[in-house]
Ligand binder design. Structure first.
Ligand SMILES: [Zn+2]
Length: 161
């Protein structure tokens, strides 16, 4: 009997929780996605959320989803996965794991593969029938990047900041 706590959170709950927490920083009114990159021995290496590149003000660039391409967010926004990869300045991500609250698009899949990340643990797979996600899975499968859906435990985590 060591007397240690037994209700501590699991690694998966911890890292998916950190990914979701990062997503809360997003200014996007419609989708908040967060990512957390973890080393093979469970050390957090980087985090990211969807937003505009540095120096591109959130109040001047558009968050619209419809309209002329240059008036929508799509041509400007950096996804959480790419942000997390680019935010890491410590060296190689070879063999790392990526926790992300939504299944990565094809553009992020390219960056994930090229960065050496070997496993993706994702939350929702909201758009499985879109060309973007189909292409993403096709590339991840070909490149041998494993992916598995995070199994929600239903644990509610609350704290005051
Ligand atoms: Zn993406």
């Amino acid at each position: 009997m060591s007397g240690k706590r037994t209700d501590y959170i699991t690694w998966d709950e911890y890292f998916m929780g950190v990914a979701k927490l990062a997503g809360l920083r997003s200014k996007d009114p419609n989708s908040q996605v967060g990512s957390c990159i973890v080393s093979p021995n469970n050390k957090i290496l980087s985090m990211g959320y969807n937003g505009f590149p540095m120096g591109c003000p959130d109040d001047e660039f558009p968050w619209e989803r419809e309209g002329e391409p240059l008036d929508t967010k799509y041509v400007y926004v950096t996804h959480s996965e790419l942000n997390a990869i680019l935010n890491y300045r410590g060296g190689s991500l070879e063999g790392a794991k990526l926790y992300v609250s939504m299944f990565p698009c094809n553009e992020c899949a390219k960056a994930i593969i090229q960065s050496g990340i070997k496993e993706i643990i994702y939350g929702e797979d909201k758009y499985p029938d879109t060309p973007s996600v189909i292409a993403s899975k096709k590339m991840l499968n070909a490149a041998g990047v494993r992916y598995r859906r995070y199994v929600p435990t239903g644990r509610e985590i609350r704290f005051t900041v």
